[in-house]
Design a binder for this molecule. Structure first.
Ligand code: PFF
Length: 445
């Protein structure tokens, strides 16, 4: 079978497209708000630098050396114990699970693009009731848009790596950046920009507890698309002699800058128009629409392009969440791309419906266990267990299983003096950090 390869720019845009997603624009600002601003941002940046960046290099390395789907790559690189290590490759499953709620959220965003055209809520209370109505009563609306997301994602996956994923990223990523930079430039002209800047960069350490560290590590993984086989699968199609360090650097830089830009912009708008930043997931869906209303006509326009940008960010990430398992079925079971794309798509579409129902009045009681509904469970299990586990497995795999000489021969010329600290961090710092995060997220410590 002909192996498809990204172009150089194609890889960076596709990997950055995977990383830059709802995590940057929707989640990062609200967890920053929840965790007190500046001090959290500093912890997050350090986590990205010390843990995220080293795991990014490790994950690209596994894909680059293995050159196959995630499961086969683990097998090839650990020939002696392949029956055990192949399970490391099943981290691709986490992506499919994440898609169960990710696709539903993209559906909400589609819905908000449409409502931005017709009407915006005039107060936060109104915005709150619109969002909660949608969530708890409008099953068909959510189903419609979730289905639209399913069609879009399956279509692109079926077109393949170059004709689908690369092409979409080549168009949507620049569009996303232009929209965000445009809105950000406007934000810098507003008086509240300095207030937002202060909120995000002046640390108040009294607002931080150990929980913030755990949130930061979890988010660093999620936002950089680590631990789910996405980056690994994309890296399998890198040209020989590609520079892993450079690729990792660009992806981390783009992802982090976009999160910071989105955060500064949203907080400026919220302060400028006097809305108290709503803490929690409602920030983008509740506080922001009311702020856009206050801006008048410009607000309508901003609202439409903002939600379009958010949809773009979500869609480019979605394809990377599903592609690992698509590739797995193509490689291992010789499925056609069409069959693999539709089957994986059906998986997240069907469970996505359960996720929607688990918020709908009348159903939510029967779809909840132990204080969490199905939607929240999927979020929790992927973030608390699957992601850190994927990171832990990769750190140990590259740190202890792949012979050091092989790792060195590829990475030493690129990392130079930084090779030793990187290798140390991968062997010891990262596994310990991942372990603490897992224990804490499942409530043991
Ligand atoms: N990085 C994406 C975001 O920030 O929204 C989410 C994501 C995509 C996570 C792909 C994992 C992944 F494999």
């Amino acid at each position: 079978m002909k192996i498809e390869r990204f172009t150089k720019l194609g890889f960076i845009l596709a990997a950055a497209g995977s990383a830059v997603g709802l995590g940057n624009i929707w989640k990062f600002p609200y967890i920053t708000g929840e965790n007190g601003g500046g001090a959290f941002v500093i912890i997050y940046l350090l986590t990205v630098l010390l843990i995220g960046f080293s795991i990014m290099i490790a994950e690209i390395l596994i894909g680059y050396m293995g050159r196959l789907d995630t499961v086969s790559s683990f097998e090839v690189l650990a020939p002696k114990n392949k029956n055990i290590w192949k399970f490391g490759g099943f981290q691709g499953l986490a992506g499919l699970f994440i898609m169960i709620f990710y696709s539903v959220v993209i559906g909400w965003i589609f819905n908000y693009i449409v409502t931005s055209i017709t009407s915006l809520p005039s107060t936060v209370e109104e915005a709150e009731s619109i969002f909660s109505n949608m969530l708890h009563t409008e099953f068909l609306t959510q189903l419609l848009y979730h289905t639209l997301a399913f069609f879009w994602i399956t279509y692109v996956l079926n077109k393949g790596l170059k004709g689908g994923i690369e092409k979409m990223n080549m168009f949507l990523m620049p569009a996303l950046m232009i929209i965000l930079l445009g809105m950000f430039s406007y934000a810098t002209t507003l008086g509240a920009f300095s207030q937002a800047f202060e909120f995000m960069f002046y640390p108040d350490w009294s607002k931080i507890d150990s929980g913030a560290f755990v949130v930061a590590v979890g988010h660093a993984f999620f936002t950089l698309s680590l631990g789910m086989g996405a980056i690994m699968t994309y890296s399998a199609s890198l040209e020989k002699n590609s520079n892993i360090l450079k690729n990792a650097f660009w992806v981390v830089l783009l992802d982090t800058s976009i999160a910071i830009i989105a955060g500064l912009m949203l907080f400026t708008f919220l302060y400028e128009y006097g809305s108290i930043p709503s803490k929690g997931p409602g920030l983008v869906f509740i506080s922001l629409p009311a702020v856009f209303y206050e801006m008048g006509v410009l607000g309508n326009f901003f609202s439409i392009i903002f939600f379009i940008a958010l949809a773009f960010a979500g869609l480019t990430s979605s394809v990377s969440l599903v592609e690992p398992m698509v590739q797995y079925f193509i490689d291992r079971f010789r499925w056609s791309r069409l069959k693999a794309s539709i089957s994986m798509g059906m998986f997240f579409w069907l469970f996505g419906i359960v996720a929607i129902l688990s918020n709908i009045d009348g159903f939510k009681e029967s779809l909840a266990w132990g204080g969490k509904n199905f939607f929240d469970w999927v979020d929790y299990v992927t973030a608390a267990i699957m992601l850190p586990l994927g990171g832990l497995v990769m750190a140990i795999f590259v740190g202890f299983i792949i012979p050091k000489s092989q790792v060195e021969s590829i990475l030493k010329p690129q990392l130079k003096w930084a090779f030793a600290p990187w290798y140390f961090s991968l062997r010891y710092l990262t596994p310990i950090a991942m372990f603490i995060v897992m224990l804490s997220l499942v409530g043991i410590i």
